[in-house]
Ligand binder design. Structure first.
Ligand code: FES
Length: 66
């Protein structure tokens, strides 16, 4: 699903960026251009960032428990 239409950024690309180390909207903006033009994607991008960070934490917890 497209999150940022201005820059053609999908939720998948945001999740990949988080797996690559991005942890903030500032980093997503620098890496992908999210929220760098009209700004309408801010809420959706923040939601995907939050979900992706939670997924990373869950994966880390599962790896520690294994
Ligand atoms: S939709 Fe992301 S900056 Fe416009």
């Amino acid at each position: 699903m497209y999150v940022c239409l201005c820059k053609g950024v999908t939720d998948r690309r945001i999740r990949e960026a988080v797996r690559g180390g991005a942890r903030s909207m500032h980093q997503l903006k620098d890496q992908l251009g999210v929220c760098s033009q009209c700004g309408r994607c801010a809420c959706s991008a923040k939601r995907v960032l939050k979900e992706a960070k939670a997924e990373m934490r869950n994966a880390d917890d599962a790896a520690l428990a294994a």
